[in-house]
Design a protein around this ligand. Structure first.
Ligand code: 4AZ
Length: 262
């Protein structure tokens, strides 16, 4: 009798453990968040913001870098009239009312920016009010170890689950390894190691995608990259291309000091 109960208990616990241990992945080929990532909690990425256009639609990402500044891609900052652009801070689900929405009082765009493929795809939005969300760190201009090929980085955003696929409507995060400049230059003729850096697996499967632009690529909480461009999403042999943030840290910090004295 006693052993029977014990055996049932063991069976019940085994079933329960099995249910709890189902992997988060949805099987090969299934659509996954960002591409190949998982749903993420805003409290784990409090610096992560999204940009909405005049119709209130999410179209890009960004990262809080100070109480009044958001880092994003130049092509995101210039896509919408400044008076229409709103920054949403602290909201995990696009359709919720969590967090806050702020206007933009000023936009700094890298002076040499023309289009993403030419590099310099970086901008700083000044928010109309201060936010309490904790900021992501900027890399030192000499922080080369964060860019070591193979270093694992996290990309977060509200973008598509696969090329031309649906948007999940919530924050997702994925892990990708940093790629060497020479490997990236072999793939993309317009790759510029001064202003860009690549990340992704040789076999593909994990990547940023449409709508993730402007969002951060982080190593240990430091924004090493900004989602900029790519050839499709998560294809084998085609890493994502990010703006190399360390090239601009001095520019961003001197601009910040000039305008806010902080
Ligand atoms: C985009 O269109 C986009 N796979 C962003 C990132 C990548 C591709 C496209 C990288 O916003």
């Amino acid at each position: 009798m006693f052993t029977n109960i014990r055996r049932r208990l063991v069976i019940a616990l085994t079933v329960l453990a099995g249910a709890l241990c189902v992997p988060a992945s949805h099987g090969a080929g299934a659509a996954q968040p960002i591409v190949g990532g998982t749903a993420a909690v805003i409290d784990d990425h409090p610096y992560a913001v999204f940009l909405v256009d005049g119709r209130g639609d999410q179209y890009c990402g960004g990262a809080v870098i100070s109480p009044t500044e958001v880092l994003t891609a130049a092509h995101c900052a210039l896509a919408v009239r400044k008076s229409d652009l709103r920054v949403v801070v602290g909201r995990e689900h696009v359709d919720s009312r969590q967090g806050e929405e702020l206007g933009v009082s000023d936009i700094w765009v890298a002076p040499g920016y023309r289009d993403p493929l030419s590099g310099e795809d970086i901008a700083v939005l000044t928010l109309s009010e201060r936010v309490s969300a904790s900021a992501a760190r900027l890399p030192d201009s000499a922080d080369s170890e964060l860019y070591e090929p193979g270093t694992m980085a996290t990309v977060v955003g509200w973008g598509r689950l696969y090329e031309n696929g649906p948007k999940p409507g919530r924050l997702h995060a994925a892990e990708v390894p940093m790629v060497s400049d020479s490997a990236c230059a072999d793939v993309f003729r317009s790759f510029d190691p001064e202003t860009m850096v690549c990340a992704g697996y040789a076999e593909g499967g994990v990547d940023a995608c449409q709508g993730d632009s402007g969002g951060p690529l982080l190593v240990d909480g430091t924004v090493v990259g900004i989602v900029s461009w790519g050839d499709g999403c998560a294809e084998a042999g085609k890493p994502g291309v990010y703006t190399r943030v360390s090239t601009y840290t001095d520019d961003i910090e001197s601009d910040l000091i000039r305008r806010t004295g902080e």
